[in-house]
Design a protein around this ligand. Structure first.
Ligand code: GLY
Length: 319
């Protein structure tokens, strides 16, 4: 374990704002970098001040949901019928407890519903049940639609929905080049506890009722040993059961790098389009992808870094 137990473990943090094909402009890349680094700095301060991994991944997911350039919360993409439906989940690795909300609408922070569901008997709610819980919680009505997302959808409508999914990073120069957004956070706190959160507006342009990986253990999973949050095409992530697979491999004795490498190799062989961020209770931070780019940033205890200019080829990276 990193650090001396009595003095606490060195906290670690990694977050992502999606994955996809090459970012075209450095201008856009700089804006994404600023957003990610700012959120990492704020969430890492919480961890340094003794905040729990669970509180850190909730705060990180909220900040990413509130950032309109990422496809989660405000700035979510529209589905085929022009509506926004969002999904989010939270996993406390120590309690090994998963909670999530599927296709919830008209709220600001879907991760807040997942947080409340951690202590409920029924811990994953969808559609009508999610709407009822939002009403019970008296969450304020919030329209997560942005002008850019609306115009993207209207352009797709003019083109008779020729794309299979929406663009994901809400920058004009990136909108058609960087896809498959979802946001996620994995944290290790001073007590050596791990947690993971993931939130998404989905693929965009999907059928009504389509269920994202982000509120499934395939897309978001943690045990006491490690945590993973995924991004990419939900169906690919579900077919690989990526988050749970990596975490269980670590729980069963593989190193995090070995587990991520083996899982990304399998995903590459199976021609999947996805990415994942992870960390373990030893303080290792590892990420992997088959897509061209992974929009992730981390704090390794010394400094903030990111993966924005990382290799185009599928692979695994670590600090
Ligand atoms: N990974 C997000 C989605 O496909 O819904």
């Amino acid at each position: 374990m990193t650090g001396v137990k009595s003095m606490g473990v060195q906290p670690k943090l990694i977050i992502h704002g999606g994955a996809g094909s090459s970012l075209k402009g450095k201008g856009g890349l700089g804006v994404v970098r600023d957003s990610l680094h700012k959120i990492v700095a704020e969430v890492y301060t919480l961890l340094e001040n003794g905040g729990s991994a669970v509180d850190a991944v909730i705060l990180g997911a909220k900040r990413l949901e509130d950032e309109p350039r990422f496809n989660a919360g405000t700035g979510s993409v529209l589905q085929s019928d022009g509506q926004i439906r969002m999904s989010a989940s939270l996993m406390d690795g120590t309690a090994q407890k998963f909670s999530g909300v599927i296709n919830v609408a008209r709220i600001k922070n879907p991760i807040e519903v997942a947080k409340v569901l951690q202590t409920e008997t029924d811990r994953v709610l969808s559609d009508l049940g999610a709407a009822e819980m939002v009403r019970e919680l008296q969450m304020p009505i919030h329209d997560p639609l942005t002008d850019l997302r609306l115009h993207e959808w209207m352009d797709e409508r003019k083109g008779n929905f020729s794309s299979s999914m929406a663009g994901v990073v809400a920058e004009d120069e990136m909108a058609n080049s960087a896809r498959h957004g979802t946001v996620g956070v994995v944290a290790l706190d001073k007590d050596g506890k791990v947690a993971a959160s993931t939130s998404t507006g989905g693929k965009g342009l999907e059928r009504i009722g389509r269920v994202s990986d982000s509120a499934m253990p395939a897309g978001n999973y943690a045990t006491a040993a490690a945590g993973v949050s995924c991004t990419g095409i939900g169906e690919d992530i579900i077919d690989e059961c990526l988050a749970a697979k990596v975490v269980i491999r670590v729980t069963d004795g593989m190193t995090l790098t070995e587990a991520m490498q083996k899982s990304i190799n399998e995903s590459t062989e199976n021609k999947r389009d996805l990415g994942a961020i992870s960390l373990d209770a030893e303080g290792n931070i590892v990420w992997g992808k088959t897509s061209e780019v992974l929009l992730a940033a981390y704090h390794d205890g010394d400094a903030i870094g990111d993966t924005l200019e990382w290799q185009i080829e599928p692979g695994v990276g670590s600090v």
